[in-house]
Design a protein around this ligand. Structure first.
Ligand SMILES: Nc1ncnc2c1ncn2[C@@H]1O[C@H](COP(=O)(O)OP(=O)(O)O)[C@@H](O)[C@H]1O
Ligand SMILES: N[C@@H](CCC(=O)OP(=O)(O)O)C(=O)O
Length: 365
């Protein structure tokens, strides 16, 4: 069995585990998951939860027929979300944070940056982020559509190395086990192609939405970003004992890249630089030799008309040596360049943090 190594994980918990009876929150399956999270944190690892269950939890509060409308489901989610958060919170002695996101939040540069910065702050402060789709504002065309894909986007923005999808089934089988009792579990998937997608059927319960297909889509996205994905049975306590023991009890999707190489590739080749920042010799050395973030004090000159979240080339005497994501606009940098981080808040009236380009968002060329 492959050894399970990880440092930062997103744990996705499906509706079937939050609300096994389909109309209220239950603690039944969450205790083992919560214990896994607490013990992992005690070992110095970082965890985020992506939790479904708000629609199921709020179901009995909203009148509906057999097929609730979108508005009815959105109203159920609004009721159920607080119950779902309260249900999780009682398992932890540390604070939990509610984070509600939609698909378009991940595709808007400024919002993406804010999500990333918020999650980073929460993790730095040992708070447990609990993410769900913001069902009130999600509309069909913009909807992530299911929390499996939401969990993949969350893993990417949080720079997790692992996504653990907890479902009501042991992992990916070579056929839908509810329809085919002789289906066999696939312990490891090296390459996600059409033949893997062809194995997936729809959801197993009336509260689940995506079935196996959306789990494979999530694994596909993560794999490309260097993130390993596990599908495990979150309804079995022994699964979490195995994970704590460094064993993988379900299906593991092997990433096709390392997170560092995926990120470096994204920064160097995918992002298009829309501006240039020229830095002094001291800043160049700090970035090249000590792995520091770029601070405004080292900036000599700014070219271009970029906004926060856009990529910039970082140069010394006109020669590019790094590329990264600027947390400030060109206009802001023209005001704060050369200043101590302590001073620019008084000049601008606000601060988006000390770093202009955070080390995590910077690649040396
Ligand atoms: N090839 C397959 N392997 C395993 N499960 C499958 C497969 N195809 C379809 N399924 C179904 O997917 C279900 C899990 O998805 P879903 O009901 O959406 O759960 P969740 O609430 O955990 O997201 C399983 O219960 C199973 O019936
Ligand atoms: N935002 C919805 C997510 C529904 C959903 O994706 O459910 P699941 O397939 O069980 O993960 C909710 O909280 O009910």
């Amino acid at each position: 069995m492959t050894e399970f190594n990880w440092q930062r994980a997103v744990i996705k918990v499906g509706s079937a585990l939050i609300s096994p009876d389909g109309h209220q929150c239950s603690a039944k399956y969450l205790l083992a998951i919560a214990r896994f999270i607490t013990e992992s944190r005690e070992q110095g690892k970082q965890v985020l939860i992506v939790s479904s269950g708000s629609v199921a939890a709020g179901r009995s509060a909203i009148s509906h027929n057999a097929h609730p409308s979108i508005a009815e489901k959105q109203a159920m989610a609004a009721v159920g979300q607080t119950q779902m958060m309260a249900n999780w919170s009682r398992f932890f002695d540390f604070p939990c944070a509610q984070v509600l996101l939609t698909y378009d939040d991940f595709h808007d540069r400024a919002r993406y940056l804010n999500i990333k910065n918020t999650l980073r702050e929460l993790l730095n402060n040992n708070v447990l982020p609990i993410v769900n789709e913001n069902d009130t504002v999600a509309v069909d065309v913009l909807k992530v559509g299911d929390n499996d894909n939401l969990a993949a986007y969350t893993a990417m923005v949080a720079e997790a190395d692992t996504l653990i999808i907890c479902s009501d089934i042991d992992g990916l089988y070579d056929a839908d086990p509810r329809l085919n009792p002789s289906a066999e579990l696939i312990p490891s998937v090296e390459q996600i192609d059409g033949s893997i997608y062809a194995l997936a059927g729809g959801p197993g319960t009336k509260v689940g939405t995506g079935g196996m297909r959306t789990k494979i889509e999530a694994a596909d996205k993560c794999s490309e970003s260097g993130i390993q994905t596990l599908i495990v049975n979150g309804g079995k306590g022994e699964v979490f004992d195995a994970l704590l023991d460094g064993r993988i009890p379900g299906t593991r999707f092997v990433p096709t890249k390392t997170p560092d190489s995926a990120k470096a590739q994204w920064l160097k080749h995918t992002l298009i630089a829309t501006g240039r920042i020229d830095v002094d010799q001291g800043a160049r050395e700090a970035l090249m030799d000590t792995g520091a973030s770029l601070l405004p004090i080292g900036i000599a000159n700014v070219e271009g008309d970029f906004m926060p979240g856009e990529a910039v080339e970082i140069c010394h005497q006109g020669v590019p040596f790094a590329k990264g994501v600027s947390l400030y606009s060109a206009a802001e940098l023209n005001v704060i360049k050369g200043m101590h981080s302590d001073d620019f808040e008084s000049v601008m009236g606000y601060s988006s943090g000390d770093a202009v380009v955070h080390r995590d968002d910077l690649a040396l060329l």
